[in-house]
Design a protein around this ligand. Sequence first.
Ligand code: ADP
Length: 491
Amino acid sequence: MSEATFGRQAILGVLRNRNFHGSFLVLLFGYYALVYYFGELVDFAGWETLRWDFFYGVHDIHRLFFLIPIIYAGYVFRVKGAVIVTLAAFIVFLPRALVISPFTDPITRTVVFTIVAGIIGALTGIAHNESERSNRLETLVRSERDKLLGIFERMEEGVLITGPDYRIRFMNPSMIRDFGEGTGSPCYEYLHKFDAPCDQICKLPNVIEGKIERWEYDFPDGRTYEVLASPYVDSDGAVCQLATFRNITQRKKVEMELIKLDRLKSEFLSNVSHELRSPLTSIKGVISSLLQKDVNWDGETREMLLTGVSEETDRLAGLVTNLLNMSKLEAGVWQPEKERCHISDIINGALEQQKWIHKNHVFKTDIAPDLPEIYADYSQIRQVLINLLENAVAYSEEGTQISVGAKTVDGTVEVSVSDQGVGIPQEDLGKIFDKFYRGTQKRKQLGGTGLGLAICQALVHSHGGQIWAESKVGHGSTFYFRLPIVEPENK
Ligand code: ADP
């Protein structure tokens, strides 16, 4: 502690000591009592040199001196102190008024003075009491505010206190982190770059009237905040708005995703029901016709009808396979059983099957010689290829070409499936691998559930690979996937 601080502390200590004030008051009172009777003392002692006129005149002036100890007592010891000292002063005045004073009405003047002095002393006490009470209250309010602000400082949510004039009075660090410093500026300017309060968004007038309000702010940069505002009385007594800002951008995104997923699921369900029903209806139709006893089907018609049944059954099987695969993937029970294999074997196997089913498309291959082995689940990668080939067929005209290529790129084997079909708009390329997502392009073949590419992506990822598509609307699409080559030590 410095010397100056120590000195100040010592003085404050003395000033707070009531005994000191008591003693000082007694001295002050004694001094003025002595002055009051000094003329009589001079007469009694015969101090001729001190016989001044001042001590012998009307004593109203002398009585006025007593205001000093009375006000002092009122200030330090409040109303009680002022009353005691006033009474003591009256007792001091009495002998002169009753016995000594040669003037008229000394008693009346003494009594009037005592009453007025007593009132002044009591008022001093009351005023000091009041000012001390309001000081105490102010300190209490300030310390409560400091405590509250301390809590706000540590809050993860943003906190903003705005005055009734829309000026920002307080921002906690989270608010500053998210929006920058803005204390002192109008909230509408700080948050929205507006020139004046916006009645549509702003709830401050309601809050100041005592309401609790909750609303959401969408900012142009894509962030969404949930705001909870309630009235708050600041240390200066002004009713302000205390608002917490919670960043709910992520939650909003998830909600939107869930809504989208929900919509896609409903579409998927109606789609699947339709896809299951239509082959079943045509199969049932063909079988009923064949069972008609009164109709004699020739061999050619019978074969045509049965081929139709077979195709519809394939479609059903494909659909059910996709559904089963997706549910197996979702349940995590379709783990790849990897083994060393050649991608060319998988491509050729899948192509043979597709060539046989889709006789009206032209299938080509461009497989680099001496491709290294990959470490993969044969049936899963075959499924990927089948899904891609079926899409290539489904979204292109009969007679067009579908090419399958394979080569090594950056330590991986890259497989591509290209068609000359309708193509995919750029904005859809990021979404086509989502579950249940279906583009607006028309399928040339029946079927489709929006699951095929999602299954491809899940299977390629479970092999540590990547899958993507490139496309030009009206010219065709190419789907690529890459699978890691077997590490030398695994060979
Ligand atoms: P779907 O059962 O609808 O074919 P997919 O998951 O296989 O579902 O494909 C998702 C979407 O991607 C399709 O609805 C389609 O819009 C688009 N798509 C997939 N493959 C092709 C392709 N070869 N050509 C054009 N669009 C395609």
